[in-house]
Design a protein around this ligand. Structure first.
Ligand code: NAP
Length: 221
């Protein structure tokens, strides 16, 4: 069986996606910075019959991402699905006129350089498999930039452009690249934005394999 690697695997969306894809028989590589939290999440997935392991990496540090993704493929099997969904830091979301060029370094490293590093690490394995899926998850500011969230608005737009480019480039090889936009907040109990519902939506994007940009809810919702 193949592996889904979740970059930014936390208790919310990351855990729900791990459960959804794990239920289908995929092994799950949980990638984030805190080893203790990853081990706890892997343990709770194992209790539900999902094969999961934590691999520590910081998306600001490309070498750690490369090492984690290599170890995930070696330990769990080839990565067929990559989800890039680390939760951005609050201080990336400053008003535009308070945002300097230096302030954009962190958001760009986080949303663009980390994503490019992760994609480049898994695409050769997907080519060998003859199939693969890359899922990007973003907030609404990826589509409509928000003047109080300059860092994420600019960096999500950059990630969107990169994702769209690789969507077009990799489609002929059977590698599907899609982006899910979640307008507003992830909300437990919400009809469309509960983590379990969002995980189902992401599973659907992986299965149905059409189009790059998808919306979890109406923009402005
Ligand atoms: N939460 C929302 O309301 C909301 C709204 C719209 C869109 N989104 C999108 O949904 C996704 C996040 O879902 P979620 O909020 O439910 O989060 P989650 O899956 O519960 O957790 C995300 C994890 O990202 C990890 N992370 C943060 N910085 C990292 C870094 N530098 N390197 C590696 N991992 C890092 C954190 O773990 P460590 O601290 O262990 O690294 C955190 O637990 C993101 O794509 C976000 O853009 C969220």
């Amino acid at each position: 069986m193949t592996t889904i690697a979740i970059i930014g695997a936390g208790p919310g969306l990351g855990a729900a996606v791990a459960r959804r894809f794990g239920r289908e028989g995929h092994s799950v590589a949980l990638v984030a910075r805190d080893a203790g939290r990853l081990d706890a999440l892997a343990g709770s997935l194992a209790a539900d019959g999902v094969t999961a392991r934590g691999f520590t990496a910081d998306v600001h540090d490309p070498a750690t991402l490369v090492t984690a993704l290599d170890a995930a493929a070696d330990t769990l099997g080839p990565v067929e699905v990559l989800q890039y969904s680390p939760l951005p830091r609050q201080d990336f979301m400053r008003p535009v006129l308070d945002t300097t060029a230096d302030d954009l370094t962190g958001p760009i490293e986080f949303s663009l350089y980390g994503a490019v590093t992760a994609v480049r690490q898994v695409v050769p394995g997907m080519r060998e498999l003859g199939r693969g899926t890359v899922l990007f998850v973003n907030g609404g500011s990826a589509v409509v930039p928000h003047a109080d969230r300059a860092g994420t608005s600019v960096a999500f737009a950059a990630q969107s452009a990169y994702g769209h480019l690789i969507h077009n480039t990799l489609a002929p090889e059977g590698i599907h690249v899609a982006q899910l936009i979640i307008p507003g907040m992830i909300e437990p109990g919400h009809q469309r934005k509960d983590p379990v519902v969002l995980a189902e939506t992401l599973w659907g994007l992986h299965r149905e394999r059409h189009g790059f940009r998808h919306f979890a809810d109406d923009l402005g919702a």
